[in-house]
Ligand binder design. Structure first.
Ligand SMILES: Nc1ncnc2c1ncn2[C@@H]1O[C@H](COP(=O)(O)OP(=O)(O)OP(=O)(O)O)[C@@H](O)[C@H]1O
Ligand SMILES: [Mg+2]
Length: 246
């Protein structure tokens, strides 16, 4: 379990677009934290800054006191994370089992153990062995998401990052995946950070939510507190989301 701290983080692109504007955020060890916000508000940029894919202009991001800027410790820093990408990012030319073995082999050099870990993780996410030797294109979107989750947890991370985990899935499958993510977070006891624009996903998965607007954190709290919070933006977001889902 790891603690993530964003301290006064700014990020500007060469175009002059100031995407992150003084982000300060404390994600507690073992917490399931959601970054909620409209399209284009800077969620993915925030995630990419956390992973060191984008350099930040100023401020700092630390995980267990290790800074994203500390090049000497970048392996130790990155080793803590595993990501469930929006598009699943499975390797098309590998079977489902091979995809997960490949992931396990990033941290374990024993081939026999990697195979056992992969099988165990696939079963843990609810995939039966009849799909192990199929290719990603041969299984449904929901099954692909499960396989991608098995791959993400096969490296035994301390932090799980979920990027729009239910996008592209129908509501029933999306609901099943949300349940699975919640169970996985609890069973592994990891810190989880999810980015989404979906209030229902946030309400289901979150211990706490941070709402992002135009690159600023405008509010942090529990989803039950959103409706009565002090921020008009957050209240509007809450009501607009509920109106859509009715
Ligand atoms: N590499 C880049 N270069 C320049 N501008 C970028 C880059 N990446 C993102 N942006 C801009 O930063 C802003 C925030 O983008 P971001 O992808 O973080 O939005 P988002 O909140 O993840 O939206 P969505 O919900 O649609 O995924 C957008 O205006 C986007 O055009
Ligand atoms: Mg995004």
């Amino acid at each position: 379990m790891s603690k993530i701290v964003f301290s006064d983080v700014h990020k500007t692109f060469d175009s002059g677009l100031h995407v992150l504007n003084s982000i300060s955020l404390n994600i507690k060890s073992g917490e399931s934290h959601i970054i909620l916000g409209q399209s284009g508000c800077g969620k993915s940029v925030l995630l990419k800054c956390l992973l060191g894919i984008f350099d930040i202009d100023s401020g700092d991001i630390t995980v267990d006191e290790i800074s994203v800027k500390d090049r000497k410790k970048s392996n130790e820093y990155l080793r803590k994370f595993s990501i469930l990408f929006q598009g699943n990012a499975l390797f098309d030319s590998m079977t489902i089992l091979e995809n997960v073995i490949f992931s396990a082999s990033q941290v374990n050099k024993n081939k026999f153990e990697c195979r056992n870990i992969a099988e165990e993780k696939l079963l843990a996410v609810g995939l039966e062995d009849s799909v192990f030797n199929l290719y990603p294109a041969e299984i449904s979107g929901g099954m692909q998401k499960r396989a991608a989750l098995a791959r993400a947890i096969a490296i035994e991370p301390e932090i799980l990052l979920f990027d729009e985990p239910t996008s592209g899935l129908d509501p029933v499958t999306g609901g099943m995946i949300c349940n699975l993510l919640k169970d996985t977070i609890e069973y592994l006891g990891v810190t989880a950070l999810t980015i989404t624009h979906d209030l229902k996903v946030a309400a289901f998965l979150a211990d706490r939510v941070s709402v992002l607007n135009k690159g600023c954190v405008v509010w942090t709290g529990c989803t039950e507190e959103m409706e009565d919070c002090h921020s008009d933006f957050v209240k509007n977001f809450y009501h607009a989301s509920n109106a859509i889902s009715k």
